[in-house]
Design a protein around this ligand. Structure first.
Ligand code: PBG
Length: 322
């Protein structure tokens, strides 16, 4: 006999209001509704500071936490039971009293090249403007294609595509996962393979966050959400996020960490670079999938044995100057 979990009569999902965030919240709602048909599930749409501040890059205004804080407040105040996030936007250390209850199966983790006039980065002429606000993408493009000009690009997916279509950029780089989820895979002119553009920790994965304390109604949200967890994705992102955490876990450093799980083992690759892409360190290792954080530590050590600390010092200096 499987143990029965107690199902509440209602569940409220907190979500940002962007189209991608809503798609993700609706996806979780539909999966929960299929598991627990007796439960009334609704979505509470919210605006976060990360959505409001669009004129500065995230690394300058406080980083990832800006997309999750308001949703955590809603859970702490009992206005929502769970929050659905893009895992890439979730800080490495959650505030006291919160936990990730499930990591969903990953969508395509790669970056996508999007343009109306060009098929790939290699086709762009000297001086062409590429839009991205990710320091990681900036460093990777600058290292490989020094003749291109990188300009900041913020906002949700629709905003970013709109700026491309108005001709503000020759091309932009986005996560393939977001475009696929929104039914826009045809906007992808080419995917950037991990060898060229190693993905960010957690890219393409969704996570469900909950308040971790016991509930007065006795509902065990961890147990309730466990069927949505995808073991291999969880192992991969634990390794990736460990590297990110060791190197400061913010948006201030161009950092990539990408793991692939194959059966019982895992391959983890990671990179840190200076924002201009001129200096970088890269490391990769295989290890048991059952010990993802150990592999994350080992890969981080390899990075440190290279130039990683000097690279980070350059990044901090540049961040302080801004
Ligand atoms: N930083 C914003 C963000 N957070 C998650 C995604 C895409 C979806 C995902 O990675 O799951 C995006 C947009 C992008 O990077 O283009």
């Amino acid at each position: 006999m499987t143990q029965q979990v107690q199902v509440p009569s209602t569940l409220i999902i907190a979500s940002r209001e962007s189209r991608l965030a809503m798609w993700q919240a609706e996806h979780v709602r539909d999966r929960l509704a299929a598991l627990y048909p007796q439960c009334q599930i609704s979505i509470l749409g919210m605006t976060t500071r990360g959505d409001q501040i669009l004129d500065r890059t995230l690394s300058k205004v406080g980083g990832k936490g800006l997309f999750v804080k308001e949703l955590e407040v809603a859970m702490a105040e009992g206005r929502a039971d769970l929050a659905v996030h893009s895992l890439k936007d979730v800080p490495m250390d959650l505030p006291e009293g919160f936990a990730l209850a499930a990591v969903l199966e990953r969508e395509d983790p790669r970056d996508a090249f999007v343009s109306n006039d060009y098929a790939s980065l290699a086709d762009l002429p000297p001086g062409a403007v590429v839009g991205t606000s990710s320091l990681r993408r900036q460093a990777l493009v600058a290292a490989r294609y020094p003749h291109l000009v990188i300009q900041p690009l913020r906002g949700n997916l629709d905003t970013r595509l709109g700026k491309l279509d108005r001709g503000e950029y020759a091309a932009i780089i986005l996560a393939a996962a977001g475009l696929k989820r929104l039914g826009l895979p045809n906007r992808i002119r080419s995917v950037l393979e991990p060898e060229l553009s190693l993905p960010a920790a957690g890219q393409g994965a969704m996570a469900i966050e909950i308040a971790s304390g016991a509930r007065t109604d006795g509902v065990d949200l961890h147990a309730l959400l466990a069927p949505l967890n995808h073991g291999a994705t969880e192992q991969a992102v634990l390794a990736e996020r460990k590297v990110s955490k060791i190197f400061g876990g913010s948006c201030q450093i161009p950092l990539a960490a990408h793991a692939v799980v194959l059966g019982d083992s895992m391959h983890l690759r990671a990179m840190v670079a200076t924002p201009d892409g001129k200096r970088s360190a890269f490391a990769e290792l295989d290890g048991p999938a059952a010990q993802p954080e150990l592999l994350g530590e080992q890969v981080s050590k390899l990075l440190e044995q290279q130039d990683a600390q000097a690279i980070l010092a350059v990044c901090r200096q540049e961040a302080d100057l801004q």
